[in-house]
Design a protein around this ligand. Structure first.
Ligand code: MRU
Ligand code: ZN
Length: 215
């Protein structure tokens, strides 16, 4: 289905965003982090709009036409296509942090297993890992990095409320897991969001290894 853009958004800008999302998604799919059409990806286009993956597409085979425009409340703009079922989790991040421009969500095996294992604690506490420095604002392995694990639900407003509650508590938030589901993380640009995602995938894998070794 074709995308009609508001007059304020040049086609070149939307295409640039769509191409960047599709390229990142294809690369993340190569890692095996987007099985069976899972995962979703978005980029801010302007203060009021984001480009996001159309629901149900194979994230390893995305092209420009698999990306659509939504407003900052997750409503489709200029197309009959259906945005990601989890669009509200993306627009929540953009509304809350105006300097965040990219949101990535994946379903890797490591993320999925870690979310189940740490659900009872409600948080994965990362401490002592050099790679924590890949996360914005973390300058030493001695810092503590808490990744909350929220219960899964098919009702997006409930998930949004859980994330809001964490943010309102004043605790830092760079990423979260959803139990039995996957991870959400974000960044000021695609490079930072990818760095966060790759670092967290690695660190969650390390935590799982420690558990396996009873270390
Ligand atoms: C294919 S099951 C995964 C989905 O339920 C969902 O969690 C997901 O990540 C992808 O949904 P989508 O609507 O394509 O963005
Ligand atoms: Zn998902």
């Amino acid at each position: 289905m074709s995308q009609i853009l508001p007059a304020s958004i040049p086609a070149t800008l939307f295409h640039e965003r769509a191409d960047a999302i599709a390229e990142a998604a294809r690369e993340l799919a190569q890692h095996g982090w987007t099985p069976a059409t899972s995962s979703n990806f978005s980029m801010r286009v302007d203060a009021d709009h984001a480009a996001i993956t159309i629901s149900g597409r194979d994230k390893g085979k995305l092209g420009r036409d698999d990306i659509m425009l939504v407003d900052m409340h997750g409503k489709a703009v200029g197309t009959e296509s259906r945005p990601s079922a989890e669009t509200e989790l993306h627009t929540q991040v953009y509304r809350h942090w105006p300097d965040i421009n990219v949101v990535l969500h994946t379903h890797s095996r490591t993320q999925s297993v870690a979310s189940r294992l740490f659900a009872k604690d409600g948080v994965v506490k990362l401490e002592g890992w050099e790679l924590q420095k890949a996360i914005r604002g973390h300058t030493t392995h001695e810092s503590a990095l808490d990744i909350p694990v929220f219960p899964n639900t098919q009702h997006m407003p409930e998930l949004v409320a859980q994330v809001d509650a964490w943010i309102e508590s004043g605790k830092p938030l760079h990423a979260y897991l959803i139990n039995g589901h996957g991870i959400y993380t974000w960044g000021h640009d695609m490079a930072e969001a990818r760095r966060h995602l790759e670092a967290l995938e690695f660190l969650l894998g390390c935590e799982l290894d420690l558990r396996r070794l009873n270390a």
